[in-house]
Design a protein around this ligand. Structure first.
Ligand code: ATP
Ligand code: MG
Length: 316
């Protein structure tokens, strides 16, 4: 089966505060609207590498929705699973950075068009084209969305496909009870788990000394491969038979949002296409580093040529 990856979840526009520490409680200037939404960035990155990519989402019948669909279609994503709703507007996110590592969001998601996505919006014949399903934890904000995820898991796994999961935790969303319950369910079906190191304590242990214990627990539970993202320090790979670290690349940080999504998309699709784990991780680090060098969450997705040129410039 050729590589076609399915993602389901939020398709948003993002507005980015121009000043550090600008916040949202006083008038200020923003860049945007930019196409965004973690699963959408992931889907875009898969398509830009030349692999099949199907995104299921909902947008409103408005200019934000039109812009998002046009961008994804231009980049090669199959957009036939995106429904345009007349009774809701396209979701949005406002972002303000405090530092490179810390940022605040105001999301309009559960009450926007993508918040209305249900299992009925997931067309089985489109799912049948997919060999892999990727889940973003940030999408698990409603029971309806979790039902849609369940439908895709059953379909893809039932045909011998695989599932990857990036918890992509946003502190603004942790109080949503659907989310923590769904995490446990999804981990039971996860083949490739892609947390960032800062998210490990949510899964019960601190990074560093106890990391190996957590990874062993996940591998025993049936997760085949664990990749821990470490921002500028790169990423580490774990499976039952292999364990290694790949250093990050020194780049100027323009806008870190979207790095993890591009990283995950590149790692998963390269691996599915037959690359070795070391090469897939190297390409994923390059893809994450390229993402942070561009302003705008989806503006930093890369082609194969972009990544090859980046690796060449950084000594392979
Ligand atoms: P997000 O959810 O914000 O998209 P994440 O927490 O899921 O990000 P990160 O670890 O921040 O994921 O980034 C993913 C990858 O991108 C890293 O493993 C690394 O390869 C690259 N990267 C991220 N930040 C930097 C940086 N400051 N310098 C160089 N590379 C970076
Ligand atoms: Mg992330």
């Amino acid at each position: 089966m050729s590589v076609t990856v399915c993602t389901i979840g939020e398709l948003l526009v993002e507005f980015l505060a121009k000043e550090p520490n600008q916040g949202f409680s006083r008038p200020g200037e923003f860049w945007g609207p930019y196409p965004s939404g973690a699963p959408a960035i992931f889907a875009d990155q898969v398509a830009r590498l030349g692999f099949g990519s199907v995104l299921f989402s909902c947008v409103g019948n408005d200019a934000f929705g039109e812009m998002n669909i046009a961008r994804l279609a231009r980049d090669g994503v199959n957009v036939s699973g995106i429904s345009v709703l007349s009774n809701a507007t396209t979701g949005s996110a406002f972002v303000s950075y405090r530092s490179q590592a810390q940022r605040d969001f105001i999301f309009n998601m559960p009450h926007s068009a993508c918040g209305q996505l249900t299992a009925d919006h997931i067309d089985e014949s489109l799912l049948d084209q997919c060999s892999h399903f990727h889940i973003m934890g940030s999408s698990l904000f409603s029971f309806r969305m979790v039902d849609a995820m369940r439908k895709a898991i059953e379909n893809v796994k039932g045909r011998g496909g695989t599932v990857s999961f990036d918890p992509n935790i946003r502190k603004e969303m942790l109080s949503i009870p659907e989310m923590s319950q769904a995490f446990e369910y999804i981990l039971d079906y996860t083949d490739i788990f892609l947390p960032s190191d800062g998210e490990l304590d949510y899964f019960g242990l601190n990074p560093g000394r106890q990391e190996q214990t957590l990874v062993d627990k996940l591998l025993r539970r049936g997760v085949g491969q664990v990749v821990i993202k470490r921002g500028p320090r790169g990423a580490s790979y774990y499976s039952a038979s292999e364990q290694f670290h790949a250093a990050g690349y020194p780049v100027e940080v323009v806008d870190p949002t979207g790095a993890g999504d591009c990283f995950g998309a590149t790692f998963v699709s390269m691996l599915l296409a037959g690359s070795g784990t070391q090469e897939a991780l190297r390409w994923a680090n390059a893809s994450g580093s390229l993402a942070i060098s561009r302003r705008g969450p989806m503006e930093g997705t890369s082609t194969r040529a972009d990544i090859e040129a980046f690796l060449m410039a950084h000594g392979g």
